[in-house]
Write a protein that binds this ligand. Structure first.
Ligand SMILES: CCCCCCCCCCCCCC(=O)SCCNC(=O)CCNC(=O)[C@H](O)C(C)(C)COP(=O)(O)OP(=O)(O)OC[C@H]1O[C@@H](n2cnc3c(N)ncnc32)[C@H](O)[C@@H]1OP(=O)(O)O
Length: 229
């Protein structure tokens, strides 16, 4: 049942992930996209404001939504990456649980974020607010949580609609990030060389004055000829 449903969605291009084919327009901030009411396939979009979002996060969100109006930037919805799941690697019954971005907590407790992508400039910006379940040292965000956000933001900048993996990620943590604060993660694809995609990234405060982290990463397109297991 699930397989046939997914196949239908793929045929319609509805599950091609954030960059591909059919998706709601950039201005669509509705909480869920109901595709087939009879089959109850609901793709909830978490990349929209919820009551846990701080004023800073909402203001930045509004600024980027404004940039989306001329089509240069696009808001990336948070839909589960069902279309890119490999049925050889994951069981069919596990698929509905799998999602590419970590949103497993209630609103505000974990990862609150929205990403915007500029395809011409090869840039992805993530507006991120880390909640209390992501604490490392008391009052500060855990570095691993920050690393996760850097990884997926950089991955989106590198993503070209193919399966890519992080091969290398280097991070300099410059300042601790206070819990609940909003940071802006800027990533840019600066070089593509065969299967290799090189991305730079920095993490800054909302006013841009505090540099929290800098990173470089290498993503590699998976070679369909090689087994990844
Ligand atoms: C639209 C798509 C999805 C939408 C959502 C997207 C969001 C994305 C978010 C993603 C976020 C989540 C992401 C995740 O969480 S991905 C999960 C974490 N990452 C992994 O599990 C990756 C594991 N590693 C591998 O699978 C293989 O090692 C890969 C595939 C990377 C390469 O093995 P493969 O056998 O295929 O190729 P190769 O060995 O010939 O290497 C090829 C080239 O690369 C160079 N090289 C390799 N490694 C390194 C290194 N460490 N430093 C420097 N260079 C390195 C290598 O020298 C060679 O260069 P050259 O000799 O050709 O010049």
């Amino acid at each position: 049942m699930l397989r046939s449903c997914l196949a239908r969605l793929r045929t319609l291009g509805a599950l091609r992930g954030p960059r591909g084919g059919a998706r709601p327009p950039a201005t669509d901030t509705g909480p869920a996209l109901r595709l087939f009411s009879s089959e109850e396939v609901i793709l909830k979009d978490y990349s929209v404001p919820n009551p846990s979002w701080s004023k800073d996060l909402r203001l930045l969100y509004d600024q980027y939504m404004k940039k989306c109006e001329d089509g240069s930037w696009k808001r990336l919805p948070s839909y589960r990456d069902v279309a890119h799941l490999d049925s050889k690697l994951i069981k069919e019954e596990q698929m509905p649980q799998a999602r590419i971005f970590i949103r497993s907590y209630e609103d505000g407790l974990g990862f609150e974020f929205v990403m915007f992508h500029n395809d011409v400039e090869k840039k992805t910006v993530c507006l991120f607010q880390g909640g209390p379940y992501l604490q490392g040292l008391s009052g500060w965000l855990h570095g691993g949580a920050m690393a996760t956000m850097i990884d997926i933001t950089s991955g989106m900048a590198a993503s070209i609609g193919e399966r890519i993996v992080t091969a290398n990620l280097n991070i300099d943590f410059k300042r601790p990030v206070p819990l609940y604060s909003v940071v802006v993660i800027n990533s840019q694809l600066y070089k593509a060389e065969g299967r290799k995609l090189f991305v730079s990234c920095d993490v800054r405060s909302v006013d841009g004055k505090t540099l929290y982290a800098e990173a470089t990463s290498l993503f590699v397109k998976l070679d369909p000829e090689k087994s990844s297991t």
